[in-house]
Design a protein around this ligand. Structure first.
Ligand SMILES: C[S@@+](CC[C@H](N)C(=O)[O-])C[C@H]1O[C@@H](n2cnc3c(N)ncnc32)[C@H](O)[C@@H]1O
Length: 222
């Protein structure tokens, strides 16, 4: 099984994606793929592995788009605060926090290529004075307590049952331990039904990864 270095990840992203504006969130631009299948196949070939998860980092998911919109509309939630973008993919949610004046943004994902995606997307979108102390924390943090964050944000994480159950438990625990916690959910099958919805956004979606041309993302306030 092959692994890639940071430089190889940066090069893979530049080769297989291009900067594309995020509709409804302009001027935000992300390194994105035009279609999921070619980049998925290229990832499996490059890593010499089969049946990998899709390259989530190469798209802006409806949950993250809605949550990013919510943060840009309510910058006081993150201003001068320590923010975690949990399961960040491209980093879209954390970027909205950095643009909105967060003191520190930590991006996390279990897919190591996300570190390079966040780096390239931060270069595209953040001016020097919008760069908070930026931090990458790879791996699975769901059992870690998430104690050193004022606000925890998670975009589009309720699409598989086991994973959703773990995220819900983790987000509830982070709230109990004193963080503010918001998740963006576009109606995925395993989203919690008991959490207060504090906003809804209709976001345009890419038909290469979704069946619909738009989705309504609920912002769940844990
Ligand atoms: C649908 S994508 C959403 C990405 C981004 N938040 C957005 O909205 O565009 C889900 C992400 O969750 C990540 N993920 C899955 N399980 C995880 C875990 N236990 N810890 C951290 N990230 C995880 C995946 O690698 C993927 O990047």
């Amino acid at each position: 099984m092959a692994t890639r270095t940071r430089v190889e990840n940066l090069s893979f992203i530049r080769t297989h994606t291009r900067p594309i504006p995020v509709p409804g969130l302009e001027p935000l631009v992300l390194w994105q793929a035009d279609d999921v299948t070619p980049i998925w196949e290229a990832t499996e070939a490059d890593l010499q592995r089969e049946r990998l998860d899709p390259p989530f980092w190469a798209f802006a998911w409806a949950g993250g788009m809605g949550l990013a919109r919510f943060i840009l509309d309510h910058p006081h939630l993150v201003m001068n605060r320590r923010v975690l973008d949990l399961a960040c993919g491209s980093g879209i949610v954390g970027l909205s926090a950095a643009i909105s004046g967060a003191a520190r943004v930590t991006w996390n994902d279990i897919d190591p290529i996300c570190e390079a995606a966040v780096e390239l997307n931060a270069d595209l979108n953040l001016a020097d004075n919008q760069r908070p102390r930026v931090e990458w924390r790879g791996g699975d943090l769901l059992e870690s307590g998430l104690d050193d964050f004022d606000i925890v944000l998670a975009g589009d994480v309720f699409y598989e049952r086991q994973m959703a159950d773990r995220f819900i438990a983790c987000l509830k625990q982070a709230r109990v331990r004193g963080s503010e916690v918001f998740a963006g959910d576009p109606g995925r099958a395993y989203a919690p039904r008991e959490i207060t919805v504090c906003a809804r956004y209709t976001v345009p979606t890419c038909t290469s990864i979704e069946n619909d041309r738009e989705k309504t993302t609920a912002i769940l306030a844990f």
